[in-house]
Write a protein that binds this ligand. Structure first.
Ligand SMILES: [Zn+2]
Length: 605
């Protein structure tokens, strides 16, 4: 106890120095080795990723067992319940929704006014969020609307779209783009709004073979059309009835006299009344009207875009756009699942009602109901849940040991250390999210219906796949990839760097996946994004993808438990420091700066 108190004093001194921006050492580690051990993580994950848990698909018995396991562990450590009604479980409602979209866009251009609606000059997503009106006379045409540093193409160079309406054309983007840019092209609306601060966006249809209709979201954050965009129905999950789709046997139960459930237009775990920045698709009639009166005609721009030739960029003159967002939603289906939530209260009476949040997703893709069948290409598993490894055809369960059994058990270790060790000033909240694989359901729900106040959550530390090496590269045994730490709070980024340096055996931090040139959009693809979209500073940890990602051979014996334990100790250290600060890490919203080759701290100036 006295030794611990001393280390807290030293930490406080270090933090004072930090805030003065003076040269300093990384400080002394808060030492969690005593509570976080590789062998224990191994024993937990061996159960968590066992066939008994059936691949932990959302709405399955296996996921229920996984939730019960986490809860019983939390209870044994003395972690308090943080869910509904004094339990460890937070009910998550996944809604199938019918949408009647009356939204319109009125354009005043070239002295004329015209109103467009869905199917008449525009295509609108089924979910446009809550009702609102938005008018702007600041409209920027951004050419292809693409920032692609790898081919030295930046349509935003020298242009400011903050608070404006961003407009772009071109289904395939400029010459030189390859398939790697599919996500970037599909994510242009989100980029304009989320990264560049536009209030709305209008683009032309399509992009690398996607249907013209903008998606309102995609599992693992794929090509969402807008920030906060609720998940659309996830990519078809083989062997599983989609919401709104008749299920086998339903007719039999229809015998109770009830009508069938209607087919939903979209599926979401988020509030339906929250505003979503308009991210609409314009058709020819719309763009012709919009560009009338400008120096260049839409016909010219369209032709250039079709040939992938360079497009001009300019501010539209004498144009005003009014978005009247107005859709009626009707819930036709409710599916129930749960997040698991635990809390370790802080020791400081003043700061105890503020939180550092930790997250991982405890669901995975499940198991295949289909049998092995003969095909012209040899025997195959009918309707597999992911890829099937050669030689592992008999294995019908996708165990998800790394994805995200590793993150789930890592934050369980962190929770144990906080429950059993010294208490920092703030409280700690641990959330095991459900349904990440289906579209970040659990975290999107939690961010809309938090069980501790989100505005008092100073940071969120999330992890997904932290138990192996990227592509199984031996030389990455010490490597962990960090994403997002610098985007909202430079101070959080610097605390993260210092936390690592203070460890007995620091990890090698790699920021490649946070690079501004990153084409994979990792920042948008796991649960941390649900918190970041609400302004909460986040740091995301991953050891990267490998050949067993979403393959039926992502199993527990392939995990490097020493590495996992070190990542847990690193996470504990970041969390302890954040929870000991007298202030919340400053939210300076400077965007991604740490990238490939970055190692050190960033200046806050
Ligand atoms: Zn995952």
């Amino acid at each position: 106890m006295p030794r611990i108190r001393k280390s807290v004093v030293i930490l406080a001194q270090v933090l004072v120095l930090c805030s003065l921006e003076m040269p300093r050492a990384a400080g002394k580690s808060n030492g969690s080795q005593k509570w976080i051990q590789a062998e224990e993580l191994r024993s937990w994950l061996q159960y968590f990723a066992s066939d008994e848990l059936e691949g932990r698909a959302v709405f399955s018995e296996g996921l229920g067992l996984a939730a019960a396991y986490i809860a019983s562990q939390l209870r044994s450590f003395g972690v308090q319940p943080g869910g509904d009604n004094g339990s460890y479980f937070q009910r998550v409602r996944v809604l199938g929704v019918k949408s009647t979209n009356h939204s319109t866009v009125t354009v005043e251009a070239n002295g004329r006014t015209r109103t467009f609606k869905d199917g008449d000059g525009l295509r609108l997503p089924a979910n446009v969020g809550g009702k609102r009106t938005l008018t702007s006379d600041a409209v920027e045409f951004l050419g292809y609307g693409l920032d692609a540093p790898l081919i030295s193409h930046d349509d935003y160079a020298g242009r400011d779209v903050k608070g404006k309406v961003a407009v772009w054309l071109g289904q395939s983007g400029p010459k030189g783009l390859d398939a790697r840019y599919r996500r970037l092209l599909g994510g242009r609306a989100r980029y304009a709004i989320d990264v560049k601060g536009a209030v709305a966006s209008i683009g032309s249809p399509g992009g690398f073979g996607r249907g013209g209709r903008p998606q309102s979201g995609e599992a693992e954050g794929g090509a969402a059309a807008a920030p906060n965009a609720p998940a659309a129905v996830a990519p078809p999950q083989p062997g599983q009835a989609q919401p709104g789709q008749a299920q086998p046997g339903q007719g039999q139960f229809g015998g109770f006299g009830g009508p069938p459930i209607e087919r939903a237009d979209f599926t979401t775990a988020q509030r339906l009344d929250a505003p979503i920045p308009p991210a609409f698709t314009g058709l020819d009639a719309f763009f012709e009207f919009l560009f009338a009166g400008q120096e260049v005609t839409y016909a010219e721009l369209k032709e250039k875009a079709a040939k992938q030739e360079p497009l001009p960029r300019f501010t539209l003159r004498n144009v005003k756009i009014t978005f009247n967002v107005d859709a009626d939603y009707r819930v036709v289906r409710t599916q129930l699942t749960r997040n698991v939530v635990g809390v370790v209260p802080g020791r400081d009476g003043m700061l105890r009602d503020t939180y550092v949040a930790f997250g991982a997703h405890y669901d995975h893709v499940g198991y295949s109901e289909g049998e092995i069948v003969e095909t012209p290409n040899g025997p195959r598993r009918a309707e597999p849940r992911g890829r099937v490894k050669e030689g592992a055809l008999e294995d019908r369960i996708w165990n998800g040991a790394d994805d995200d059994g590793s993150g789930s058990m890592t934050i369980l270790g962190v929770a144990k250390a906080f429950a059993m060790g010294p208490r920092p000033r703030r409280s700690l909240v641990f959330v095991w999210h459900t349904g990440e694989e289906r579209g970040l359901w659990g975290s999107r729900f939690f961010a809309d219906y938090p069980s501790v106040p989100l505005e008092k959550t100073v940071a969120q530390i999330n992890m997904d796949m932290v138990g192996r090496n990227r592509d199984d590269r031996q030389e990455e045994a010490d490597t962990v990839y960090l994403v997002g730490s610098d985007r909202i709070s430079t101070e959080l980024h610097n605390i993260t760097i210092d936390s690592n340096a203070a460890l007995q055996k620091p990890l090698r931090l790699d920021f490649e996946m946070n690079d501004p040139t990153d084409v994979e959009g990792i920042y948008y693809r796991s649960d941390h994004y649900s918190y970041a979209a609400k302004g909460v500073p986040i740091v995301f940890l991953t050891t990267g993808l490998h050949g067993d990602y979403h393959v039926n051979t992502d199993s527990a014996e392939k995990i490097n438990y020493e590495k996992m334990a070190r990542i847990a100790q690193f996470t504990y250290e970041i969390g302890f420091r954040l929870a000991s600060l007298d202030h919340a890490p400053a939210r300076d919203n400077r965007g991604p700066r740490a990238g490939k080759g970055s190692t050190g701290k960033l200046t806050t100036q």
